[in-house]
Write a protein that binds this ligand. Structure first.
Ligand code: ZN
Length: 689
């Protein structure tokens, strides 16, 4: 889903407020700094002090909806290993679909028939199957309509729709079902056997296409962007069983993998862009268009498949059916319009394409095929090779939304930013890695979806625009959510995060803390390797948060419980400061004695730049272990001249929220702001540092 705009007015206030530090707790000195926080608990206040009792922003908010089981962090097993990798008995269900649908552009409806071939690889016998009816978000009185006001991004804009379902059968027999909001339980006529049992579920369905489908699908004039458009099976996994969390609007998706064939019938003058590979080009494209497409598949420069003249709407009578097939995917989506321009190029055999109405979509869209190619190449080099045959960008009213091999990106801004399309397009294609390839539960853990994606987007953006540094935006946005009291622990499901804070909690705080982990805790090359290792181990699978945490610890060889607890399970912030410092002489040597204090529950390795009386500087790094014995630590550092001043975090990219205690004496200057992704795109793939 598209990145969130930073709330500029709030941030302007933040910058001035930070110095007076609502996040330091001076009276805490007398009491233990760290209250015992169980990692699986979301309800224990992080820091107990007079300040936190008064200031709820500093506490982990009690969440009465938090699960009581260990869904986030199940114990290691033969399914999920202690090393964070899938175990020898890892299993997941398989969902193959065959969909036939017709778009009625007069009534703005979809009518279709879906056949789900479902394979039960679990060790359990299943007596029913839960399916997702996302369109029911638009039924009057839906749970989502109460949660998200109708005029908001995920609201229903007063649209009345929802699925109509008929002729539901399982293995050819009429099946009973019960609909509960956006979920439907299909009763199986016979129990579905474990470890390979198969059932075929089929139904006719239809729905009215919303103009604003919670910014995930839409229509605009003759253009249709179609998603959440067929009933999809819920994930059945080893940590929750049936994952029946409703579709409320803000929380995204959790889906099974399989192969999907779909045929969409549209007015004959329409061009359709879809997930997967077009199966019948000879029926829907001219000979010249097919030849251009073949050229584009071998070229790394842009080929115009449908140019200006051919993109004018034709009043062609009748209909055409476009057939697509997508393999190893968790979903499919498509878009259709009578007036698309269509550009394509390729990279290492991956066709990268852009479909847009001209000139309506805006000038930058003429570069979108190259931008698509750029993102696919960049993330292939940084995370893992793109495994699909094509990647498509479509211009339309949806602000930004991702599907396998296909993303919806907003029209170019007519005003200012000449690279506005790139920012969103790069983000949406980044989602091909998280969560399209690495299939986490987005409805529960936005940080494994938007957060991981924003993290990798940092590398892409700093590569494409080398002086456009990403760190200040991330940290300011996170601070804003702290100071407005809207912050929630990263482990909070996105539907329970205030919409104003989703940009911070879903996207920028997780990106910032992962960058801090890489650059200041475990090391750049080590983290890049560990991150790739995690992605490769869980490609086309369903990792939990614990699988990520364990995988990173195992690869880097570090116990990072303090890091996950502090930054993922609590609302607390980092605030380490200098109490005082002095230079003593001993046996003719000078020793700097620096008294440090940790003002919150979160420890961190300490980075200091010392300025000595002769004007020279000396950089010092202390391991996180210095906080083992409490909230104070005196560093003793040999120096060749008396200490004149100190600056903590000299490179400016450690998320310490209180800068007022980060300097002492005549502090040396910090570094100028620079990139936070150094080394990220040069280390070679699949080689351990
Ligand atoms: Zn996103």
């Amino acid at each position: 889903m598209a990145r969130y705009p930073v709330r500029v007015p709030v941030i302007a206030a933040v910058v001035s407020v930070v110095a007076c530090s609502p996040v330091s707790h001076p009276s805490q000195a007398a009491s233990p700094a760290v209250a015992p926080v169980r990692v699986e608990s979301l309800t224990v206040p992080v820091v107990r002090s007079a300040e936190t009792e008064r200031d709820p922003r500093l506490m982990t908010r009690p969440d009465p909806f938090a699960r009581l089981d260990r869904m986030d962090w199940p114990p290691p097993s033969k399914v999920r290993e202690a090393s964070g990798r899938p175990g020898p008995e890892y299993w997941q269900q398989r969902a193959d679909y065959d969909i036939v649908a017709t778009l009625d552009t007069t009534r703005h409806t979809i009518k279709g028939h879906v056949t789900l071939a479902y394979t039960n690889n679990s060790p359990d016998t299943l007596r029913y199957v839960w399916m997702q009816l996302d369109q029911n978000l638009y039924k009057p009185g839906s749970a989502g309509s109460y949660l998200f006001p109708e005029d908001t991004r995920f609201g229903d804009r007063g649209f009345d729709g929802g699925y109509e379902i008929q002729n539901l059968v399982a293995n050819g027999t009429r099946a009973a079902s019960e609909v509960s909001g956006t979920q439907m339980r299909v009763q199986l006529p016979e129990p579905l056997a474990p470890r390979g049992g198969k059932v075929t579920i089929a139904m006719d369905y239809g729905f009215a296409v919303p103009e604003h489908g919670s910014d995930r699908m839409a229509r605009d004039g003759p253009l249709y962007e179609i998603a959440q458009w067929y009933p999809r099976v819920d994930v059945y996994d080893d940590v929750r069983g049936w994952n029946t969390d409703p579709y409320l609007g803000q929380g995204e998706f959790y889906l099974e993998y399989g192969d999907i064939s779909f045929a969409v019938t549209v007015p004959a003058g329409y061009v359709v862009a879809g997930s997967g590979v077009l199966q019948n080009p000879q029926e829907v494209l001219t000979a010249a268009q097919q030849a251009r497409l073949a050229t584009a598949a071998r070229s790394d420069s842009i080929v115009r498949i449908i140019g200006e003249a051919e993109s004018r709407p034709l009043a062609t009578a009748g209909t055409k059916t476009w057939r697509f097939r997508a393999q190893h995917v968790r979903d499919v989506a498509w878009a259709g319009a009578p007036d698309f321009r269509w550009d394509a190029t390729s990279w290492k055999g991956v066709l990268t394409q852009a479909y847009y109405e001209w000139p309506k979509a805006g000038a930058e869209w003429a570069r979108a095929a190259e931008e698509t190619q750029w993102t696919i190449r960049t993330y292939s080099q940084f995370v893992m090779p793109f495994p699909y045959p094509q990647a498509t960008s479509v211009a339309g009213p949806v602000g930004g939304m991702e599907y396998p091999m296909l993303v919806f990106v907003n029209y170019a801004s007519q005003e200012s930013d000449p690279n506005g399309v790139f920012g969103t397009l790069d983000h949406e294609h980044g989602h091909e890695w998280f969560p399209m390839i690495v299939g986490s539960n987005e409805r529960r853990y936005a940080w494994m979806d938007e957060g991981f994606n924003t993290y990798i987007n940092t590398f892409s953006n700093e590569q494409r625009f080398p002086r456009n540094y990403q760190w200040p935006e991330y940290i300011d946005n996170w601070k804003a959510s702290v100071l407005t009291g809207e912050q929630r622990p990263l482990m909070t499901p996105p539907d329970r995060v205030p919409p104003e804070a989703l940009g911070a909690i879903g996207y920028r705080k997780p990106a910032a803390v992962l960058l801090a982990l890489r650059n200041h805790v475990v090391g750049r090359a080590e983290f890049d390797h560990a991150f790739r290792d995690y992605a490769a181990a869980w490609a086309f699978k369903h990792p939990t948060p614990a699988d990520f945490f364990r995988s990173i610890e195992s690869s880097t060889g570090k116990d990072l419980a303090w890091f996950w607890r502090g930054f993922f399970y609590t609302n607390d912030v980092l605030d380490i400061g200098i109490d005082t410092a002095a230079t003593i002489s001993s046996d003719g040597r000078s020793i700097a004695m620096i008294q440090l204090r940790r003002h919150t529950s979160i420890p961190f390795p300490v980075e200091m730049r010392l300025k000595l009386s002769d004007g020279s500087t000396q950089d010092v790094k202390l391991p996180v272990d210095v906080w083992y014995l409490g909230d104070r630590y005196t560093a003793t550092i040999p120096v060749h001249a008396p200490l004149a001043g100190i600056r903590l975090w000299p490179d400016g990219t450690v998320p310490d929220f209180n800068s007022s205690n980060d300097t002492w004496g005549s502090a040396p200057p910090g570094d100028k702001m620079g990139p936070v992704t150094t080394g990220g795109l040069v280390s070679s793939m699949n080689t351990h540092p």
